[in-house]
Design a protein around this ligand. Structure first.
Ligand SMILES: [Zn+2]
Length: 64
């Protein structure tokens, strides 16, 4: 299976460490990209209760 090594980062394409996926099962970013670009989910997604793409759009809107 191609997925055996885990999920890859949306931004840089590196494999996201299994520990990170356990902590943040829905993350699409590696730790480095999350630091540079901002965490894609952390705990906030659950708080705001919206889907990831909506949340990203909101983050982008708040930054611009
Ligand atoms: Zn990355």
């Amino acid at each position: 299976m191609e997925d055996s090594e885990g999920r890859r980062c949306d931004l840089c394409g590196r494999v996201i460490p299994a520990e990170r996926l356990q902590a943040l099962p829905e993350t699409k970013r590696c730790v480095e990209c999350a630091r540079k670009k901002g965490s894609d989910i952390s705990g906030k997604r659950a708080e705001v209760g919206m889907d990831l793409d909506t949340y990203k759009d909101l983050l982008g809107a708040m930054r611009s």
